[in-house]
Design a protein around this ligand. Structure first.
Ligand code: FES
Ligand code: FES
Length: 203
């Protein structure tokens, strides 16, 4: 499968990047309005308190107000399953779910997801450690080689199924086109998603 499918038409990668940028802009405008009523905005480098809900747990820490969600997860919360590939919204390795929707965490300010439910690859297995159907399907179908893209692929695949965009191989390829795999495991990823979608409930 081409990693650039959707060129000239709808592209999930462009959609995600545009959505993230729009969300960030709206959130920053709202925050700026609120801050203008409350006092000056934090200066670059100022440490501010964060309270994020990640994988069902409230997590508090202090960090630069400009901290991106990806860095908050990896550097401040120790959740290194979410990978940093390009850090520019182009590879999908950093995909997590925010209120059930796929988000590129490298493009999302951590402050913008306060109050939301963030789910990472560490949070999708069952309480007793049983694998999520998508994790099991990736194993069953050998849907990875080096594995670097895999957490992002799995989170995006869960989102793809829950959005109702996994009804055909073509739809899966299109709606997974924002997740690149340098090992080119694409056919096996499609097979894995086809297996997992039958047994999935919303994550
Ligand atoms: S690391 Fe976020 S899209 Fe590549
Ligand atoms: S499994 Fe190696 S980059 Fe996807």
């Amino acid at each position: 499968m081409s990693s650039s499918s959707g060129s000239g038409n709808f592209s999930r990668r462009n959609f995600l990047a545009t959505s993230a940028a729009s969300t960030m802009t709206v959130t920053m405008l709202d925050r700026a309005r609120a801050q203008s009523a409350q006092g000056p905005a934090p200066a670059a480098g100022d440490v501010v308190p964060f309270n994020l809900r990640v994988n069902g747990l409230e997590r508090k820490f202090g960090a630069d107000a400009r901290t991106m969600l990806l860095d908050a997860l990896r550097e401040h919360l120790g959740l290194t399953g979410t990978k940093k590939g390009c850090d520019h919204g182009q590879c999908g390795a950093c995909t997590v779910l925010v209120d059930g929707r796929r988000v590129l965490s490298c493009l999302s300010l951590a402050l913008s997801v306060q109050g939301a439910d963030v789910v990472t690859i560490e949070g999708i297995a069952g309480e007793n450690g049983e694998l999520h159907p998508m994790q099991q399907a990736f194993i069953d179908h050998d849907a990875f080689q080096c594995g670097y893209c895999t957490p992002g692929q799995i989170m995006s695949a869960i989102g793809c199924v829950n959005e109702g965009h996994a009804n055909s191989d073509a739809a899966i390829r299109e709606y997974m086109s924002g997740n690149l795999c340098r090992c080119a495991a694409y056919p096996n990823i499609v097979d894995a998603i086809n297996q997992a979608k039958a047994g999935m409930k919303d994550t």
